[in-house]
Design a protein around this ligand. Structure first.
Ligand code: NAI
Ligand code: NA
Length: 396
């Protein structure tokens, strides 16, 4: 079939298999161009199909030659109905991994559930024995709690008082004022239940209980901080409470890994266009200004550049892992540079529907958004009839 984008707000209902494949190949080539990493040999990636998780899987496999198991929640392709981007990304990743002689298996299902944890543990036991690195990169709007059965829905709201600021509809370029009503206590608790560290700890507990973590095992989860501009809706909002919890959980997990000489880290990453971040009000305007400034300074990175740098220059340098005063790894260092933030703050004041095309990188935002779904990828012929029924070779 001929597949075209069907956009509904900040989501696209279709995905292009060839475009997703090209994105994955480009990421693999980038990692290879940066040379080998003396890193982990057996890696479990939770949230492995898109965004930072996919980049982590690619860096592990094609940078460190690691065997990878990826867990994700994606829609398989069906006759006349394209699968989700993460489905096609994984199909492409596995095809390339097979070609390179790398072990790669994937599990599609709810990582929050006991059932998917069981399937994953059994697969590790059967195929890899133990794991050296666990990447925790889930981003989800909801979680069914495995013990209580309660459904938690996360929200993106300020805490305490309403928050008003500028936002942009990145499709139309229309800049407007948005007011977000504050969260209730229940909203906060629900967001922490979905995006906080409880499930990360459950995974590590389950792996450790069955002796599936290798000596020196490392686990990393991803967080975000950002500038004061977005603080009310991000770091001091409901999602920020969840990130506080996630960051605190790193210490709890590190204590539990002491006997293995293992360690849990949180890496604070840069703001990027992903399916998760497009849904947050105010953030798309911030990202379009940030992209403009960082590209002009030659500092721009995508998910693969971020994660390749995390592995090569933070986690696997052969020496100590550099962390901030709160024990966090920082690869948002370039985003948070004083000169970058001062320029973004000045542009923010000027941002309007009229000025944005010139002062912001709205085009870069849009392109990245379409790229997430395999559209507007250079070198792909979108007039060509493609087979939407793509299989994931190593699907368990
Ligand atoms: P994403 O939406 O690209 O990836 C989410 C992944 O989680 C996908 O592989 C998806 O299939 C999987 N997933 C979602 N629900 C699942 C479930 N129930 N069971 C199994 N898999 C499930 O998101 P992104 O942006 O890569 O986010 C990953 C982490 O990075 C999050 O913790 C996010 O807060 C963090 N982060 C994101 C930043 C950004 O600007 N996008 C910046 C800094 C941190
Ligand atoms: Na991810």
């Amino acid at each position: 079939m001929i597949i075209t984008p069907k956009v509904r707000g900040f989501i696209c209902l279709t995905a292009h298999p060839k475009g997703c494949e090209q994105n994955v190949v480009n990421q693999i080539n980038y990692v290879k161009s940066k040379g080998p990493i003396e890193g982990p040999k057996r890696v479990l990636v939770l949230g492995a199909s898109t965004g930072f998780g996919l980049a982590s899987r690619i860096t592990s496999a094609f940078g460190a030659n690691a065997a990878t198991i990826g867990v994700f929640f994606e829609k398989p392709a069906a006759e006349g109905k394209p699968g989700s981007p993460g489905w096609y990304n994984t199909a492409a990743f596995e095809k390339e991994a097979q070609k390179a002689g790398l072990y790669a298996k994937s599990i599609n299902g709810d990582a929050f559930s006991d059932e998917i944890k069981r399937t994953t543990l059994d697969l590790i036991k059967a195929d890899l024995g133990q794991i050296d690195l666990v990447i925790y990169s889930l981003a989800s709007p909801r979680r069914v709690h495995p013990k209580t059965g309660v459904i938690h829905n996360s929200v993106l709201k300020p805490i305490g008082q309403p928050f008003s600021n500028k936002t942009v509809d990145f499709h139309t370029g229309n800049v407007s004022e948005v007011t977000i009503t504050p969260a209730s206590d229940e909203d906060i608790a629900n967001t922490v239940a979905v995006m906080g560290g409880e499930d990360w700890e459950m995974w590590i507990d389950a792996l450790k209980a069955e002796n599936l973590l290798a000596p020196g095992a490392t686990t990393v989860a991803y967080s975000y901080i950002g500038p004061s501009l977005t603080e009310a809706v991000y770091r001091k909002g409901t999602i920020g409470r969840a990130k506080d919890h996630l960051e605190a959980t790193a210490f709890t997990i590190s204590d539990k890994l002491k006997d293995l000489n293992g360690k849990a880290y949180v890496s604070v990453n840069k703001a990027l266009v992903t399916q998760a971040s497009s849904a947050i009000p105010v953030i798309p305007l911030y990202i379009s200004l940030l992209y403009k400034v960082m590209k002009a300074k030659g500092l721009h990175e995508g998910t693969i550049e971020q994660i390749q740098r995390l592995f090569q220059e933070r986690l696997y340098t052969g020496g100590e892992v550099a962390v901030d005063e709160k024990g966090r790894i920082r690869v948002d260092d370039w985003e948070m540079r004083d000169d970058v933030q001062a320029e973004v703050a000045a542009l923010w004041e000027k941002a309007s529907t009229e000025s944005l095309p010139e002062i912001g990188d709205l085009q870069g935002y849009r392109t990245d958004f379409f790229n997430l779904f395999g559209f507007e990828v250079p070198g792909v012929n979108y007039d060509e009839d493609v087979n939407e029924l793509v299989e994931v070779p190593g699907l368990v």
